[in-house]
Design a protein around this ligand. Structure first.
Ligand code: KG4
Ligand code: ZN
Length: 337
């Protein structure tokens, strides 16, 4: 059994999975304390992680029906993320590991997202990964566990951040991605919004200009009514989809040119829960004779099951734990190996 903690942002989560990868228990607690601030307040997040973990760790073991002493390995997200939360989660998991005389594995949060698709799909390496979260927008070739090539990244905001900021402009609660998705279904794409970097030859993204352009359109409105809000959401989401489609196609072309033999395209991260994005990407993949795969919707956002899964892959490969690992707020996947 592997015990996992995820505390990199504002979800406090614990999970126990067995050595075959079956999830025996999984708890994800959102932190309501940030709602009034329109974003995550790091100090409040740290305090909430500590309080919630004390409460959910015994429940996680009870739900799995096992004793702490039968845990083979302990792991926690050690980066990237908010340093206070990372220190709390990793220190608790390390303490449990020391008390149980078992190894501790520091897990990269992005590796958790990158491998989470394997929880519900049999998928072969290598695959193309579109990692779309609240903190990151990146394209990787996933060659294997512990082996990633970064093809492109955002040069400013992440796509999730753009969703959240536009949602805030429209008076929606944080995190706003799912609210924009809902309203976008009801509107029309009538606002002319830019698609930054869509014609650049590299595989990088930029969402800051799109966010500002959306704000300018909102400020120009004489009346903010339901219809306008829906139309802004549809136009904004359409611009995001166009950008993601264009960069995904360019990445597929690149991997063909470089003979990387990718088997699938995978979306992961909180924004991968967006059905409109996934539907459009799925059509694009079909045109390229590739299948688009995603983790189950409840494992798209931050969760400890994906951290436990990433730990299990390392454990099964015979990779060693590291109790001395210091949590890092920045930690790119290419730095693994
Ligand atoms: O992966 P995640 O849970 O946390 C990070 O590692 O950042 O991603 C959170 C992000 C937030 O920005 C949230 O608004 C966005 O994912 N998100 C969505 C949807 N559900 C969550 N964005 C667009 N459409 C959704 N349905
Ligand atoms: Zn995440």
């Amino acid at each position: 059994m592997i015990f996992a903690i995820e505390t990199s942002c504002d979800e406090t989560s614990t999970s126990i999975i067995d050595l075959k990868g079956k999830i025996l228990s999984h708890i994800v607690k959102k932190q309501p304390v940030h709602k009034d601030y329109g974003g995550v307040v790091p100090e409040l997040a740290s305090r909430a992680h500590l309080e919630i973990l004390q409460n959910i760790i015994p429940k996680t073991y009870k739900e799995a029906g096992i004793k702490i002493s039968s845990t083979k390995a302990f792991c926690a997200t050690c980066g990237p993320g908010l340093i206070g939360g990372l220190i709390i989660g990793s220190t608790i998991a390390k303490s449990m590991a020391i008390a149980s005389k078992k190894p501790f594995y520091p897990i990269n949060h992005l590796e958790g997202h990158a491998l989470s698709v394997q929880i519900n799909h049999k998928i072969n390496f290598p695959y193309l990964l579109l990692l779309i979260t609240g903190g990151h927008t990146q394209i990787y070739i996933v060659k294997n566990v512990n082996n990633y090539i970064l093809l492109g990244s955002t040069i400013d905001d992440s796509v999730g951040e753009a969703f959240d900021k536009v949602a805030k402009m429209l008076g929606m609660p944080y995190p706003g991605g799912k609210h924009i998705e809902k309203k976008a279904l009801l509107g029309e794409d009538i606002f002319k919004l830019p698609r930054p970097l869509i014609n650049s030859k590299d595989l990088n993204f930029s969402f800051s200009g799109l966010k500002t352009a959306t704000k300018i359109e909102i400020d120009k409105l004489i009346k903010i009514n339901k219809k306008n809000i829906n139309n802004i959401c549809t136009s904004f989401q359409k611009a995001v989809i166009d950008i993601l489609l264009s960069k995904t196609q360019m990445s597929i072309d690149y991997s063909i040119r470089k003979k990387l033999n990718i088997n699938n395209v995978v979306t992961a991260g909180g924004v991968a829960a967006n059905k409109a994005i996934n539907k459009s990407l799925s059509v694009l993949c079909k045109k390229n004779n590739l299948e688009l795969l995603s983790p189950p919707i409840d494992l798209c956002g931050d969760n400890a099951a994906m951290i436990g899964w990433a730990c299990l892959q390392r454990y099964n490969l015979g990779l060693k734990g590291n109790i001395n690992f210091k949590p890092r707020s920045r930690w790119n996947l290419e730095e693994l190996k």
